[in-house]
Design a protein around this ligand. Structure first.
Ligand code: NI
Length: 180
């Protein structure tokens, strides 16, 4: 069990859709343990596997003391939405009110390949949507209105963690265009 470095905005792994898990083996169980430990050490309310550089459809959550994981999530969303504060371990320091469905039913599997249904509202629903977005290569700032998103991008560009990332020094305009 080892906590892993969390990938930050600008890392291409956060923009690549993750692949479904097909083999429920020891390696997968190790991934779930690493992900859980990394999330708890951060600490965070949720973490997706691509945030630690593994492009598989797995996320963990820690909501109101309930710690768990979900593999290959398939979501049903309520049509009713609500705005609420949201942040992301891959975008340190940023918090923006983000619209999300109030209730979710998330179907998937546990690390032993057994079917699991995770049903909830409020923070759990927000977490499940945030993490499943990660697995689709989507970040919470993509869910903001254009003005808020512009403000978020400005904060990112001014942040120390963003300017400290070596690959971003070499970034070309075409790659940058994709994020807006
Ligand atoms: Ni996140």
């Amino acid at each position: 069990m080892t906590a892993q470095p969390i990938r930050l905005f600008g890392d291409p792994v956060l923009r690549s859709p993750a692949a479904p898990v097909e083999v429920f083996d020891k390696e997968l169980r190790n991934l779930v343990r690493d992900l859980t430990e990394t999330m708890q050490q951060a600490p965070g309310a949720g973490l997706s596997a691509n945030q630690i550089g593994v492009a598989l459809r797995v996320f963990t959550y820690d909501i109101d003391g309930v710690v768990g994981h979900l593999i290959n999530p398939d979501l049903d969303l309520s049509s009713e939405m609500e705005e609420g504060p949201e942040g992301c371990l891959s975008l340190p320091g940023l918090t923006f009110d983000t619209p999300r469905a109030i209730r979710t039913v998330a179907k998937g599997f546990n690390m032993h390949g057994e079917p699991v249904v995770l049903e909830g509202s409020g923070l759990l629903a927000r977490c499940v949507q945030h993490e499943t977005d990660h697995l689709d290569g989507v970040l919470f700032i993509d869910r903001l209105n254009p003005a808020e998103r512009k403000a978020a991008m400005k904060e990112i560009r001014q942040s120390e963690w963003f300017s400290a990332q070596p690959p971003l020094v070499k970034i070309n305009p075409h790659q940058f265009d994709r994020w807006f």
